[in-house]
Design a protein around this ligand. Structure first.
Ligand code: ATP
Ligand code: MG
Length: 885
């Protein structure tokens, strides 16, 4: 049975049991920040499991899956892939354990005709019901049913103890197939389904959603709506059906493996599962990357793109090990397309594009490796010179950080040279860098760690932020810092940093700039110029404007509300832009960075090519459409689990706390965000894109303005137009037309001038020819012109042609120097050489030159002798003629 037949049989079987056939979701789940990639068939049905949007109660699907967690297993086991397909049948509050178990058995034994004797199952130790169904309904002997604990047979595995409240969970029951004894089995006598040797391969997992997690560890409440969620590995089942020992030998994977073997020209024995791991890994990763690219993931340094980049790099390093010197992965793409095209034609359709992306990534990494290896060689000699045998961790880290050389590769390259790497030191550096990145609000956190704020931190509590609700509040001064010293008071004119117990000033974070405003005490005023935050403390950076400010005193904080509103416009505008970008350009668009300033914003995002003018126009139009639509902006704090359930967009790789702030716009935009926003999108007023550019490979930047800046932007452009119209002497509405006309007129005039010039040259050529004299029977022209050197040459050609036979010498004094050109017509070059003539003539004006027998040129210094030089020409020609006999 072919893989495609297994897939079809499954869908058909469950469709026959009233299941709706649902197409695979993208590998990149829409608006589900809980996962980077779709890991299972159930993910697209989260709403249905919660009883929402139920248009059917039974579904069946074949889902494209990607599991970054399994990457390390790939090639190591016969049955783990990064990308794979998962078959699944689902019940949303409809059938439960009995049918799920009964039908699974019916499909395996009745439809696929698997040998019953090779099937084993596991159940959750407390799930007597499922055990009963396997024993009594299916009739499975007790020794083929394993009762296992929550680690193996509860989903999610840590649900009873650690999952958040409200999480749906339940026991599961898994079905295994006996692939026969494995040579690598640690203990064949004791081998069973729990053994690591993969003799018993898990082909199907039936999750029985029965509970909802309560607040306490171990607290589970029975669900009124019980669900079934199953997942069956397509490749694993195909391997069983095709009687092969490993997934890599099935009909759709073997040709990809073969293609890798062919491009690398290596030996490969599919039966040797303990060898040639690299070949299998390359095949698996190329397939995965092809599918990821198809679903909009492009190689990058962050999030999904980084996972993809690592797959490509790992596969390249495998290739390097196997002797590949040139990019080769991209060459496998067409085979992937061919193998998968029955159900996923998109890979084959986009194969050139996919191959191009992979190839350029391969070339980049190749360059990286070349640079890194060169540096590595230098380091090796340095280490040896010092008589050491270990490369210091910092150096290994530099190779990784600056040159992208993976630590594993560094280790490999070094050990080939008899040296080793200080791995611990490397990890330390790595951790240091992570820590640095975490304390990203760098300026202030540094102050905290060493400077005066280290003291403040000991005595003062973190600042409570009240700025979401209001623009003013009372507060107590916890610390006054002047010139890096904690002081009791600051005086008028001092640059000061204030730490308060409460504040309404937003401290810069998440791209949003800090607030400005005033802090007023009973005997002084501080103008706040910026607000930063560090580890929970808000730092008000400013200047004492009047009087003094003292530690321990009460003050009143007042934010510059006009500026705050302008920032709000830009921030809400940023969320609108993000949504519009994903709508127009696609789901691969992910925020890579942003700056939110008063009525001005910058948004960096992943996208592989320049955004076209058309797209920009549509994006801007969409955003202004949202603004006109006038939706409410609502903000709510909730547990992260709930936010994820709602599909809030989050920044991947960002750490969020247990409780998060969710900003929603109408029913279309929902993001985790700590910034200050408007209450109504209409207040954005207007939105204009100012520029679009590239900031790194695969990352674009859009700058835009909102509110008064957007109006100002329009006004500025209008005034430029008015000026242009004025210069053109017409109405602004006709400026383009008029300018166009002027440009084309100018073009015509230039052409005309060129023509006239040529004609002019032609006319004077006639005059020049008229001045020919005779020298020993040869026509000789010696003429003074005003032309420059290159024009002289052209003129010389024209004159020569008109003359028919003879010698032409032209001279001019362009820029205080003499230019000389000598031409000899072809018929005379046997007797006369232009190169020799030019030398003789040039010697009169104190210069030299040379050239071909028919055309030569020279320069000279003495312009006063041009006449004399020209006069010498007939004599020079005559003497050469005489010499040639
Ligand atoms: P395993 O323990 O073998 O890694 P799992 O417990 O992680 O499997 P589930 O999360 O229950 O698997 O997924 C359901 C089914 O999907 C599995 O029974 C298996 O057939 C298949 N599957 C899971 N992970 C992979 C993978 N990395 N490659 C191929 N198939 C997989
Ligand atoms: Mg697994």
């Amino acid at each position: 049975m072919k893989t495609s037949e297994v897939r079809a049989a499954y869908l058909e079987f469950f469709a026959g049991k009233a299941h709706e056939i649902v197409a695979s979701d993208s590998l990149v789940p829409e608006d589900d920040p809980t996962v980077l990639f779709t890991p299972a068939g159930m993910n697209q049905f989260k709403d249905q499991f919660l009883g929402r949007s139920l248009t059917f109660r039974r579904a069946v699907s074949c889902q494209k899956c990607f599991r970054a967690d399994d990457i390390d297993e790939v090639g190591q086991t016969p049955c783990h892939h990064s990308f794979f397909e998962m078959l699944g049948n689902f019940s949303f509050g409809d059938y439960f354990k009995k049918e799920a178990i009964e039908w699974a058995w019916e499909f395996l034994v009745g439809r696929l005709k698997l040998d019953e004797a090779k099937l084993y199952v596991s159940v959750y130790e407390d799930d007597a019901e499922s055990y009963g169904h396997w024993r009594n309904l299916v009739g499975l002997p007790a020794d083929r049913i394993y009762k296992l604990g929550e680690h193996d047979n509860f989903w999610p595995a840590d649900a009873p103890t650690r999952s958040p409240q409200g999480m749906l969970c339940g026991p599961c029951t898994e079905i295994f197939y006996d692939m026969g004894p494995q040579p690598q089995c640690p203990d064949p006598a004791k081998c069973d389904i729990t053994c690591d040797c993969k003799r018993y391969v898990e082909i199907w997992n039936l999750v029985l959603q029965q509970f909802e997690k309560g607040g306490e560890p171990g607290e589970l409440h029975p669900l009124s709506m019980q669900n079934i969620d199953t997942g069956m590995g397509l490749e694993r089942t195909a391997a069983v059906m095709q009687g092969v020992a490993s997934d890599f030998e099935i009909d759709v994977l073997a040709p990809i493996v073969a293609a890798v073997v062919e491009v690398l020209d290596v030996r490969y024995d599919p039966k040797k599962l303990d060898a040639h791991r690299g070949v299998r890994r390359i095949a698996d990763f190329v397939r995965a990357v092809s599918f990821l690219i198809t679903d909009g993931v492009l190689p990058s340094n962050e999030g999904r793109g980084y996972v993809e980049r690592r797959l490509i790099r790992r596969a390249m390093l495998d290739g390097l090990d196997l002797g590949a010197e040139e990019p080769f992965l991209y060459g496998v793409v067409p085979v992937v397309g061919e193998m998968m095209k029955d159900v996923y034609p998109e890979v084959a359709e986009r194969r050139e594009n996919i191959a191009r992306i992979i190839k350029s990534e391969e070339e980049r990494f190749q360059a990286t490796l070349a640079n890194g290896s060169r540096l590595l060689e230098e380091l090796v000699s340095a280490v040896r010179e010092k008589g050491l045998s270990v490369l210091p961790g910092e150096e290994a880290f530099r190779l990784y950080d600056t040159y992208g050389l993976p630590i594993e590769l560094t280790e490999e390259l070094l050990s080939a040279r008899g040296l080793s790497t200080d791995r611990e030191g490397f990890e330390r550096e790595m951790e240091r860098q992570r820590a640095q990145a975490r304390g990203a609000s760098a300026m202030s956190s540094e102050v905290f760690d060493s400077g005066p704020l280290a003291t403040v931190r000991d005595s003062a509590e973190p600042t409570v932020f009240r700025g979401y609700q209001s623009a003013a509040c009372q507060a107590n001064v916890q610390a006054v810092i002047v010139e890096d010293q904690v002081v009791d008071a600051a005086e008028a004119g001092d640059a000061v940093t204030l730490v308060l117990d409460e504040t309404v000033f937003y401290g810069e974070s998440g791209g949003q700039m800090g607030d400005t405003g005033t802090i007023t005490g009973s005997n002084g005023v501080v103008e706040v110029l910026d607000t930063q935050r560090s580890q929970g403390y808000f730092l008000h950076l400013g200047k004492v404007k009047e009087g003094r400010v003292e530690s321990g005193r009460q003050v009143r904080c007042e934010v510059d509300a006009v500026r705050r509103r302008a920032i709000g416009r830009a921030h809400t505008g940023t969320h609108l832009l993000h949504h519009a970008l994903r709508t127009v350009l696609g789901r691969h668009v992910e925020q890579a960075g942003s700056l939110v300033a008063p009525d001005r914003l910058r948004f960096d995002f992943s996208h592989f090519q320049a955004v076209t003018a058309d797209e920009l126009e549509r994006i801007e139009e969409l955003v202004n459409g949202y603004v006109l639509g006038g939706a409410d902006v609502t903000v709510e704090e909730m547990p992260i689990a709930k936010a994820k359930e709602l599909g809030a967009m989050a920044l991947f790789g960002e750490k969020y706390g247990e409780v998060v702030r969710v900003v929603r716009i109408g029913d279309y935009s929902i993001e985790l965000c700590g910034g200050t926003h408007l209450d109504q999108v209409a207040e954005v007023g207007a939105f204009r894109i100012v520029s679009e550019s590239s900031i790194a490979a695969g990352t674009r930047r859009i700058e835009a303005v909102t509110g008064s800046e957007a109006l100002e932007h329009g006004r500025r452009r209008e005034s430029v137009l008015d000026q242009v119209a004025q210069v053109l002497g017409c109405d602004a509405s006709r400026a383009a037309e008029r300018a166009e006309k002027l440009v084309s007129e100018t073009r015509e005039l230039k052409a005309e001038i060129r023509k006239l010039k040529k004609q002019g040259a032609g006319e004077s050529a006639d005059d020049i020819v008229g001045g020919a004299v005779d020298a020993a029977g040869v026509k000789v022209i010696a003429h003074r012109s005003d032309a420059k050197m290159n024009e002289l040459r052209e003129l010389c050609d024209v004159v020569k042609r008109k003359l028919g036979s003879g010698v032409v010498v032209l001279a001019s004094d362009a820029g205080g120097k003499v230019s000389l050109v000598v031409g000899v017509t072809r018929d005379l070059t046997a007797q006369l050489n232009a190169g020799k003539i030019v030398k003789d003539v040039a010697s009169v004006v104190g210069g030299g030159g040379g050239g071909r027998p028919d055309m030569a040129q020279a320069g000279g210094k003495d312009v006063t002798k041009i006449g004399e030089a020209l006069d010498s020409v007939p004599g020079v020609v005559s003497s050469y003629l005489a010499a040639s006999g």
